[in-house]
Design a binder for this molecule. Sequence first.
Ligand SMILES: [Zn+2]
Length: 394
Amino acid sequence: MIGHQEVNLLTNYIAREGVAISFYLNTDGSERARSIWDIETKDLVKKARKELDGLNIGRKSVEAADESLRRIQQFVSMENPAARYKSLAIFANSVEHFYQIYWLPMPVKSNLVIDTNFYLRPLLAMLEEHYRIGVVLADSRHVRLFEVYMDEIIEHHDFALKAKPARKPLLETFMKREKRLMQRKEEQTRFHLGSVAELLKSMSANRHLDKIIIGARKPLGDHLARLLHARLRNNLIGVFEIDIHAKENEVLSKALAAERGFELDEERILLRKISVEVEKDGYAVKGIKKVVEATQEYNLQVLAVAEDFSQPGLVCTQCGMPHIEGAACVCCGGMLVQVSDVVYDLVEEAVRQGATVRHIRGENLIGSLENIAAIIKFKKGELVQLEETAETEI
Ligand SMILES: [Zn+2]
């Protein structure tokens, strides 16, 4: 799983020696055969070798880069990824012994980039769209914490250790005999859940958890939910029933189902909002042409795109701005090259501009929005109109 710190490391990486190689491979099994990945990798590596020859870097760097490329190619030919992975990203610099592999849950455009820092736009776009979720399992005495991110799961064993043991019941010496067993047990459980909620608060800040899911038997789960700190309670996206000793796989599938349910609600709300705005010619546009236009005007706030939507187009070789037609980049005048699917570039550019991107998987309404639509920040001519009105008023 790609951790918050690893993302920071990649983002801040600058090769002092050698070159930084970023490799992306689309391994989406639904449309592509395994032999295609091999061929595609071979082609990308071949192209990269040619590029290396033309670079003015020392022999040592070239040899190290060659080693990285060989390693990448070998990895691709050996590996048999789980079906849920749609792409692979490898970041490497052999001179500095840097080599990191990530299997990713969304498809990307296959690409190999050689530079002094890593090419992270596709990765960052994907990270941006996923929540880092803390899944807390609890019973009356135990607790476990898992982190789920981009369809992967890890357990944080230190969480269970940090949870305080249940305190002895209050006034024990005093009322020992009088107190009924039930009552004592209730008190213990409440104390335990309270300390879990407390611990979760600090843990979620440390781990940069965006959302929380609770797994516990009824009514314990709902009770823990009420004990959560306000910020965490607002980020709670699901409570499900599960045994405290459940296997990691079961926790993952239940957590993903809860996440999916939450996303479906989000999708529905977003698309309704876009439809209403489009209908009244307000703050939204639909269709690839208008969305690309809004992107070129830095006018995107939220981009919604059907998961399987693709569209050929053009991309600026200088600034990466996507286009549907034209001879030169409308933003910088740079040269445009054809790409088989401009949607990847559009998504990357949207994230770079700070817009939220949502790939729509389950909501039918996206069809009536021509598979791609966006909430925009401003309408054309809006500001001029405002000024004119102000002037007439004077
Ligand atoms: Zn440009």
